[in-house]
Every structure is written in C-alpha cells, then in structure tokens.
Design a protein around this ligand. Sequence first.
Ligand code: KIV
Ligand code: ZN
Length: 388
Amino acid sequence: MSKEKVQIFDTTLRDGEQVPGCKLNTKQKLVIAERLDELGVDVIEAGFPISSPGDFTSVVEIAKIVKNATVCGLTRAVKKDIEVAAEALKFAKRPRIHTGIGTSDSHITHKFKATREEIIERAVSAVAYARTFVDDVEFYAEDAGRTDNEFLAQVCEAVVAAGATVLNIPDTTGYCLPEEYGAKIKYLRDNVKGIEKATLSCHCHNDLGLATANSIAGVINGARQIECTINGIGERAGNTSLEEVVMILRQHPTLDLDTNINSRLLYSTSRMVSESMGMPVQPNKAIVGANAFAHSSGIHQDGVIKNRETYEIIDPADVGVTESAIVLTARSGRAALAYRAKKVGYELTKLQLDVVYQEFLKFADRKKEVIDQDIHEIMHVCKITEAR
Ligand code: KIV
Ligand code: ZN
C-alpha cells in the first residue's frame, strides 16, 4: 500500500532568502525555482510580492515558468498586500496566497497593540478577501509556537470557516520542544471544528537546533505539510532543512509517510543554492555536508569497507552523492590505506602494506589529510610501482 504523502512547501526563495547578505536577483531565483519544481516540491513560496518591486517581478516570472508545483506569495493580513500578491500570481497554474497575522500575546500587545478579538477579525477578513482571488489560501498564525493552544484553536477555527485551505502553525522563534510542538498540532486536530477541510502545516525555525525534530513531531501528530528550505537557510539560525525531513521520512518506513521529492537531486540542489546565495554548507551538515558520507577513523573505515551499512544509514547514491569517502588521516588504519591505494592503482601484499603503512603514518602526522598524490609519493619512497 502506498504511504500517505506529506506535502513539501519550499520557502528557500522567501524565508530562506531573508538571510542577511544573500539577496538573489530574479534570474537566479528562476533557476532555483525551476530546479525546485524538478526536485518535486509541492509548493514553492516565491516571495513576498508587496515587499519590493524586485520581489513582485520575481513572483510574476516564477509563476509563469513553474509547471507542477503550486506557486505561493506571502502577505500580511492587509488588503493591499493581498491584492498585490493576487496580481503577482495571476500567471500561476496553481496559485496560493499565504496570509496571516501574529497570534501570541507578545505580538498582539507589542506589535499590533490590539485585542485577541481584533486579531481574529483581521485574520478572518484577510482569508475571506484572499479567497475572492484564489481558491487556495494558506493562513499563518505567526508565533504560534508561543501562542496558547486554546486561543490558537479559536483563530484556526475562524479562518477555516472563512475559507483557509491550509493552516500554518509557525514556531517563528524556534522556541518549542518537539513534544510541545507535536502536542500543539494534536490539540488543533482534536479541537478545531472543520479541521478536516484544511491541511495543518509545520513551519519551524532552528534557534535551538530543533526545527527538523519539531517538524517531524508535527507530522507524527497529524500535520501533512512541512515548510522548509534547502540547506535549512533562513532568518537567524534558519528554517527546517528540506533534505533532512525528506530523508527522515524515507529512512523510517514505520512512520508510513513519504514525500514527492526525487531525493537523487538533493545534493546537486544543495550545491546550487549554496553557490548562488554565497552561503557555504557546513561540512558536518546532515545529508548534504561534505562530511556526511566521509569516514576518517580507522575503526569506521574498516567497517564501511567491509559493509557500507555498518556506519551509514543512507545509501549516498539516494541523495545524489557518488560514493562514500574514505579520508586518509593519522587515524586511518591499514584497511583504509589498502583501499585507497587500490583505487589509485596499487594492489599491495600484506608485507608491502606493513611497510607502506609506516611511511604513511609519517606523512599523515605532517598533513591533515593524505590525498592521492601523497599516496603516489609514499609508494615511490617505498619503491612500489603501480599494478596497472
Ligand atoms: O516564521 C514565520 O512565522 C514566518 C511566517 C511569515 C509564515 O515565516
Ligand atoms: Zn519563518
């Protein structure tokens, strides 16, 4: 039986692009949008059309070229924002307006200087107005992570009645614990009248390094959309990382959930976004970091050479990485040296390996990493010629 699908809502071009110093031009955004469509994301949040003429143009052009995904534009719960977003999305095959307002006491008191009743009124008017332009309207309750569940449920119920098709529950400040965020989603599922008419969506920030864990807790408790970015980029510590949630669902069949993502494009998409944004990917980043499939200690290398699965839970090919890397360092053992030597053309006997290994250790103590060229030099010192 096929697994239930979790929709992937990619916000690399909106929330992701809010990273300081990472502004993309329209041409760069189009290249990324085309790739996201090919990757299989269900929704592309293309921008915040009222925020600038450049963002407006980008949303218009993205809406024209995207073939499969829904194209979404962000707005505040403000009429003019909604009109501009509707205009920007007019060429989209599947347009979605993403409107919303802050619902936590802190947002209501300090940002809006309003009452809870006024917030509900503004939320309902925004959703109803957006529905006059498009059939697909997503509502976000900004700072839902710190909004009390009872009030959040009231807001959700009101906007679903006004026509919201998706309910976005953002942990805007990355504050929640996974249990807490999961319980919030469950509470809404159990207490919002009409909830079956809308999809619950997780939108988690990574301030405490919990964005991915919280999004997974959300889908375990009934959410069916995850909002995320390539490489987890975004404001402050970033958003939920797309590649992480996709591979978590794929590696855990007992969850009985999957996405429409072609995971073999994950690595190249990660590089593409990193290069065009000028944002390097940290080497130890899960799934797409340079070290995600690299093994450097002797015990691990020996295990992986005997059987990849001893120290790898993902086949690198499944995310578009050609093969696991056996990195030679002073912590490497004979098995790794023999493996790498063979790759560059030296079939060593046990006796030769003993000699070469001593020479290798001298090299490795001087260098952080022993590369192919060094292996040739070590062989030269040990007077061993290539087998082929
Ligand atoms: O983090 C957040 O609350 C957001 C909303 C605007 C959706 O990005
Ligand atoms: Zn956000």
